[in-house]
Design a protein around this ligand. Structure first.
Ligand SMILES: NC(=O)c1ccc[n+]([C@@H]2O[C@H](COP(=O)([O-])OP(=O)(O)OC[C@H]3O[C@@H](n4cnc5c(N)ncnc54)[C@H](O)[C@@H]3O)[C@@H](O)[C@H]2O)c1
Ligand SMILES: O=C(O)CC[C@H](O)C(=O)O
Length: 333
């Protein structure tokens, strides 16, 4: 059997991690034959809670889980990593603005980027989940200059899954029959869920989403705002940020990095924008449609962009430029 992959989950005593760790440990992400060493980082006051999570992982008696390493120390957590899933940070509560998170959370990602630089393998794949995810990811990447920027990505797969599911429900079919929705831009309410290249499989035939749904006003109106506002709607209802669906999206994202995307399918993730062909400003982590092969993503080029889409892609880019500049002014990176 292969050597264990060493996987870090930060915020390991929190609610997303509680939904995530079992799936990783049982092989849903890195493969059913791939042993795993799971490193769990949280802050010192959460160590007693983390001990409980470790006990539960042990009690699952999972064959692939070779080692569990709970810690509050960066030098332990980031050492020799193959994959890092950076969740640990403060979630938004009902009544808080997203911008309230920026100051509190970007500092964490600067320090964790520095730890990646010092201790992780240069091949490590880093997925940033903690909000504001795109800007945190950019700051982590900038703080780890010897690790290629292409190894960093942020989670917009939850938005992608939300968009696929909305279309599927509207058509009365299962979400597996909807492919190639796109989330452009920021994981925030300015994101642009775009269905101009989406296909719906109806009775074995791929049909353009607009023809399958037959309601352009909905696709250009309530569909977009529902996906944009879904995180806020979950917070309002649960009084807690989404966790089960976030964990599922993290698994989808990291599994696609590890094993690649299916031929003809693309997925959305926040990646480094420098060199993109869509006129998105450089030096951002911006969500694009990507395909993945050999653990390397490639932005899907050549998709036609109409004026409706262009305006929304530019608006979310403008928000990311502002977030980046605010974060850089806080941190001086
Ligand atoms: N990108 C997405 O799609 C998406 C979706 C859902 C939630 N989120 C974000 O994920 C983050 C975590 O959400 P949650 O619901 O699990 O929150 P939570 O409060 O339940 O858990 C967060 C955990 O992180 C820990 N933590 C805080 N600072 C840390 C640090 N410096 N190092 C290590 N651990 C640290 C906390 O102690 C806590 O245990 C939030 O920022 C939330 O907004 C992102
Ligand atoms: O804080 C928010 O508005 C969103 C929380 C989380 O990222 C989600 O998308 O569910």
């Amino acid at each position: 059997m292969a050597e264990p992959v060493r996987v870090l989950v930060t915020g390991a005593a929190g609610q997303i991690a509680y939904s995530l760790l079992y799936s990783i440990a049982k092989g849903d992400v890195f493969g059913k034959d791939q042993p795993i060493a799971l490193v769990l980082l949280d802050i010192a006051p959460m160590m007693p809670v983390l001990e409980g999570v470790v006990m539960e992982l042990q009690d699952c008696a999972l064959p692939l889980l070779r080692e569990v390493i709970p810690t509050d120390k960066g030098e332990v957590a980031f050492k020799d990593l193959d994959a890092a899933i950076l969740v640990g940070s403060m979630p938004r509560r009902d009544g808080m603005e997203r911008k309230d998170l920026l100051k509190a959370n970007v500092a964490i990602f600067k320090s964790q980027g520095e730890s990646l630089e010092k201790y992780a393998k240069k091949t490590v794949k880093v997925l940033v989940v903690g909000n504001p995810a795109n800007t945190n990811c950019l700051i982590a990447a900038k703080s780890a200059p010897s690790i290629p920027k292409e190894n960093f990505s942020c989670l917009t797969r939850l938005d992608h899954n939300r968009a696929s599911s909305q279309v599927a429900m509207r058509c009365g079919i299962s979400a597996e029959f909807v492919k190639n929705v796109i989330i452009w831009g920021n994981h925030s309410s300015t994101q642009y869920p775009d269905v101009h290249h989406c296909k719906v499989n109806k009775q074995g035939k791929d049909v353009a989403c607009f023809d399958a749904v037959k309601d352009e006003a909905w696709l250009k109106g309530d569909f977009i705002s529902t996906v944009q506002q879904r995180g806020a709607a979950v917070i309002k209802a649960r009084k807690l940020s989404s966790a089960m669906s976030a964990a599922k999206a993290i698994c989808d994202h990291m599994r696609d990095i590890w094993t690649g995307t299916q031929e003809g399918n693309f997925i959305s993730m926040g990646v480094y924008s420098t060199g993109n062909s869509y006129g998105v400003p450089e030096d951002l982590i911006y969500s694009f449609p990507v395909t993945i092969k050999d653990k390397t993503w490639k932005i899907v080029d050549g998709l036609a962009i109409n004026d409706f889409s262009r305006a929304k892609m530019d608006a979310t880019a403008a928000e990311l430029v502002e977030e980046r500049d605010t974060a850089v002014s806080f941190l001086g990176v």
